[in-house]
Design a protein around this ligand. Structure first.
Ligand code: 5CA
Length: 445
């Protein structure tokens, strides 16, 4: 993309309403604009990052054997009356009446709708297990929407629903989700720690939240420092293996890690004092096992081998996709702007032409632009007629991981500069070598 043709409305001034770095930087970098409290338009740069996260979530869900689909944002209230949650949900639910006077709502989550689809389509234990998921906008009329996309009213969420014939199957689905979430967050360059959590309005006995440690996080968390050294890494996972998923679940959930709602001071005190940590975290996902809460209330049953009918065992599993954009920035920024990990960067590299209109500089930038595009690196070429300082400031603000700087003086010696946004280190090399280097870097992402 050439910057002169793009839509990147960066702001010079820090918006007064933004109190945390990610909110400030998303507004300044032209990623989002507020439409109304807690409701945002995703401008092109923000939309690109959101799509990258969505792609990673899809890939990892499909790898774990889960089936993608798409449910609507608007749901009939009657389904929620069946589960009893229409009244329980209170003011957080946005209620709408259509022209025929029918009660509708903007879905805050989808347990009822998916249970309805299931009960109308599945009859036999032979069709189980199944996990269906979608990535769709949700609405919760939060009392205090704040921190930009972190606590929005409208937000983008992956929600998946598992259906099993018995508790053992449902617990495997729970463990499988935990493992696949570890992989998902690690691919985004994030450490999200699974912590024992409260189940809230979703219900059930088992729940883990995934937390990214950050000073600006809304949750208070307590953990054994050992959990911060744990990584799934690139080990081979067989998501059908009950034993392997259980072993990884045990490995990651045995050290103490809990949110304040489930915190147990006595248990925590058994952790050696030097490893006892309390901090703040951003909740980027949550998994639940709630058994037959919805299937029993709504009659989602299957015929078992002995001919009896049994309500299915269910769980639901969420990832806060739009919140993750904010969480990633909280974890990756400095005073000058965002620092995207390569796997989620909106563009793979920036090209800065220090003398627009100079024929050698223009030609070199054009060559780099073509070569990087061919290599699939998706460059953003700053071809504006601007001062060097302004071009560097924009690149630093929007946080592309790599910048190639092209100046007539360097070109006389056949070199351009390749700069890492994260370390600030700059190396001189030929334009071809810069393309090769970036190709190698992105081949590993
Ligand atoms: N049905 C279950 C699992 S699919 C569910 O709704 N879980 S949840 O309530 O925990 O939401 C899942 C994830 O969505 C949360 O972990 C969080 O990352 C994200 N989320 C929840 N509320 C908001 C909000 N107001 N703004 C942004 N993200 C949110």
């Amino acid at each position: 993309m050439r910057l002169t043709r793009y839509f990147l409305p960066v702001l010079k001034d820090t918006p007064a309403e933004a109190s945390i770095a990610s909110h400030r930087l998303m507004l300044r970098a032209g990623m989002i604009r507020q439409a109304s409290a807690g409701i945002y338009s995703w401008l092109p740069l923000g939309f690109k990052v959101l799509r990258k996260l969505e792609d990673i979530v899809h890939e990892e869900q499909i790898r774990a054997g889960h089936i993608p689909m798409l449910m609507p944002t608007l749901q009939p209230a009657d389904l929620w009356r069946e589960s009893g949650r229409y009244d329980d949900y209170g003011k957080e639910m946005l209620r709408i009446t259509d022209r025929h006077g029918r009660d509708m709502l903007y879905g805050p989550t989808n347990e009822e709708l998916i249970t309805d689809i299931f009960r109308n389509s599945v009859n036999s234990y032979k069709e189980l297990p199944k996990t269906l998921y979608h990535i769709q906008w949700k609405f919760r009329d939060e009392v205090r929407p704040r921190f930009g996309v972190m606590r929005g009213r409208e937000f983008f969420m992956k929600d998946g629903y598992s259906f099993d014939i018995d508790e053992a199957g449902a617990l495997h689905a729970y463990n499988r989700h935990l493992v696949s979430y570890l992989r998902t967050y690690e691919r985004m360059g994030l450490q999200a720690i699974p912590m024992r959590a409260d189940t809230g309005p979703i219900g059930g006995d088992h729940s883990h939240e995934f937390l990214v440690l950050a000073k600006t996080g809304e949750s208070e968390v307590f953990y054994d420092r050992a959990v911060t050294d744990m990584k799934l890494g690139d080990r081979e996972v067989d998501f059908d293996s009950v034993e392997q998923c259980q072993a990884i679940f045990d490995e990651f959930t045995t050290p103490y890690a809990r949110t304040d709602e489930t915190h147990d001071e006595a248990l925590f005190n058994e952790v050696p004092e030097e490893r006892r940590m309390s901090a703040r975290g951003i909740e980027v996902g949550q998994i639940f096992y709630f058994g037959t809460k919805y299937s029993a209330a709504m009659g989602a049953e299957v015929v078992m081998p002995d001919g009896s009918r049994k309500p299915v065992e269910m769980g639901s599993h969420g990832i806060g996709v739009s919140r993750l954009v904010g969480a990633l920035i909280e974890a990756n920024h400095d005073d000058n702007g965002i620092i995207w990990p390569e796997s989620v960067a909106p563009f793979g590299a920036g090209i800065v032409n220090l003398k627009q209109g100079d024929s050698a500089a223009d030609a070199a930038c054009e060559g780099l632009y073509q070569a990087l595009t061919r290599a699939g690196i998706d460059p953003l070429y700053d071809d504006r007629d601007e001062r060097a300082g302004a071009k560097f400031a924009t690149m630093d603000l929007i946080g592309l991981p790599w910048r190639i700087t092209v100046a007539p003086r360097g070109l006389k010696n056949g070199v351009v500069e390749l700069t890492s946004r994260r370390t600030g280190e700059t190396e001189e090399m030929s334009p071809e070598a810069a393309v090769d280097r970036l190709t190698q870097i992105y081949a590993k992402v």
